[in-house]
Design a protein around this ligand. Structure first.
Ligand SMILES: [Zn+2]
Length: 111
């Protein structure tokens, strides 16, 4: 992850890489997922998606519930689950949470 990504989160914006053709890719890619373009900028995500997988990180106390979310724009993003558990296939809202010094992406169930 890059400084721009964290700066975006810290200002409440979820950013994705955007190529000249308008494809959206995960924030950590070096080339467009779709066309391979290297000239990538940044674009703000709408912050909605669907859970494709869930996992628990047992290295943290308390355990951290993680959700892999397919954003409406296409890219998959690893997020933390806040509040009520989410299930595969569930529509969620992707937001951000202030952590210890840095924000991180979180999901909550979409109503
Ligand atoms: Zn592209």
């Amino acid at each position: 992850m890059t400084a721009e990504w964290f700066d975006g989160l810290n200002s409440g914006r979820l950013l994705l890489r955007s190529c000249p053709s308008g494809h959206r890719s995960r924030p950590d890619v070096l080339a467009c997922d779709v066309c391979g373009a290297l000239d990538l900028g940044w674009a703000e995500a709408r912050g909605r998606g669907v859970v494709v997988a869930i996992a628990t990180d047992h290295s943290t106390k308390p355990f951290t519930n993680l959700a892999i979310v397919e954003l409406d724009e296409g890219p998959w993003l690893t997020t933390r689950v806040e509040g009520a558990p989410v299930e595969r296939g569930q529509e969620v809202v992707v937001g951000y949470e202030d952590g210890e010094g840095e924000a991180y992406p979180v999901v909550t169930a979409s109503s």
